[in-house]
Design a protein around this ligand. Structure first.
Ligand SMILES: NC(=O)c1ccc[n+]([C@@H]2O[C@H](COP(=O)([O-])OP(=O)(O)OC[C@H]3O[C@@H](n4cnc5c(N)ncnc54)[C@H](O)[C@@H]3O)[C@@H](O)[C@H]2O)c1
Ligand SMILES: O=P(O)(O)OC[C@H](O)CO
Length: 325
């Protein structure tokens, strides 16, 4: 049994470690030759997950064709690169487990829709939930949604990835699992702003709750199930990333809340804060669906430099009063 992982960032590396811990031989494709060399020579990924000793069962490569013999592939490149990566896959019928959290700019497509465009014959699953890579790689416990329309395949993939401290819960709601992961990144930026601007814990809890209302409205409009949005890949991940500077999205928001410019915060960063790329396409998709998402709109305005922190906060608090539901 050989499992493939595409993407040698923090999450791809952590998932390779999970797969190897279950006895799978793992073939990890990374874009950076220095990551490949370091993993093969030292069992470390100094660029993206420096503190973890990796299993020798993980063999890294820069040749995507080397994943042709894998019987399942975890695709863990950032959302905006998924289409390009899928087009390079050596086989187009291997089950793909999509792990990026975002919406494709331009097309407004979810990851499963993008993957189906390029690999129409590949069975698709989505893996998403509250999972900071460094904690998972260290073997700390978590639970995660594994969504697949083919229920039998989903359950088999969940069993294959399950470890004593890594519990996939099977679901057939692929769209719901994707929307939770994509939207929570934008909301985590907003919670970071609350922290950076010193607005207090009450404001953060209020924002998580009203953000969840936005996620639910948008998700239902796109065909997600409410219980998926309230589960691990939605509310679970939202609570995680809205609570900790371990989240790249939360940290980006914190910088914005302290008055720093988005361009400065994004310049030269090697790691990805997906919410910054998702925010503009999310609000386009929300407007298209007729869904009101004021928090996502505010994040987008801040990121684009159309408003400063003070104006955004005043705008949010000055909205007309309304019913909660
Ligand atoms: N890090 C986590 O804790 C975590 C957990 C769950 C999900 N995710 C999601 O996984 C995805 C990958 O995040 P990560 O944390 O592994 O990345 P990372 O921030 O650790 O590293 C950046 C990654 O982007 C890749 N990259 C940069 N430019 C690229 C290009 N042009 N083409 C292809 N790849 C390119 C790099 O090779 C590297 O793998 C994101 O969608 C993220 O939201 C991350
Ligand atoms: O660091 P973030 O904000 O990309 O969050 C990482 C994961 O998505 C948490 O589940």
């Amino acid at each position: 049994m050989k499992i493939g992982v595409i993407g040698g960032g923090a999450w791809g590396t952590a998932l390779a470690q999970v797969a190897a811990a279950g006895g799978d031989r793992v073939r990890l494709w990374a874009r950076e030759p220095e990551v490949v060399d370091a993993i093969n020579a030292t069992q470390r990924n100094p660029l993206f997950l420096p503190d973890v000793a990796l299993s020798p069962e993980i063999r890294a490569t820069t040749e995507i064709g080397a994943l042709g013999e894998c019987d399942a592939i975890l695709v863990v490149t950032p959302a905006q690169h998924l289409r390009g990566i899928c087009a390079q896959l050596p086989r187009h019928d291997t089950p793909l487990i999509l792990c990026a959290k975002g919406i494709e700019a331009g097309t407004r497509k979810l990851m499963s829709e993008t993957a189906r465009d390029t690999c129409p014959h590949a069975p698709i699953a989505v893996l998403s939930g509250p999972t900071f890579a460094h904690e998972v790689a260290a073997g700390l416990p978590t639970a995660i949604t594994l969504a697949c329309e083919d229920e039998a395949l989903g359950q088999s993939l969940a069993r294959r990835l399950a470890r004593p401290s890594f519990r996939p819960y099977a679901s057939t709601d692929v769209i719901g699992a994707e929307i939770g992961g994509a939207v929570k990144n934008v909301l985590a930026i907003a919670c970071g702003v609350v922290e950076g601007a010193g607005l207090g814990q009450n404001a953060r809890a209020s924002l998580i709750s009203r953000g969840f209302a936005e996620m639910t409205r948008f998700g239902l409009a796109r065909g997600a199930r409410a219980e998926t949005l309230a589960g691990l890949s939605g509310l679970g991940d939202l609570v995680l990333t809205c609570s900790s500077t371990s989240s790249r999205n939360f940290s980006l928001g914190k910088g914005l809340g302290q008055g720093r410019a988005a361009a400065d915060l994004m310049a030269d960063r090697r790691t990805v804060a997906e919410g910054a790329f998702t925010a503009p396409v999310l609000i386009e998709a929300a407007r298209e669906a007729g869904v009101d998402m004021p928090i996502a709109e505010a994040v987008d305005a801040l990121l684009a430099g159309r408003a400063d922190v003070r104006a955004v906060i005043e705008g949010m608090l000055g909205r007309p009063l309304k019913r909660e539901h």
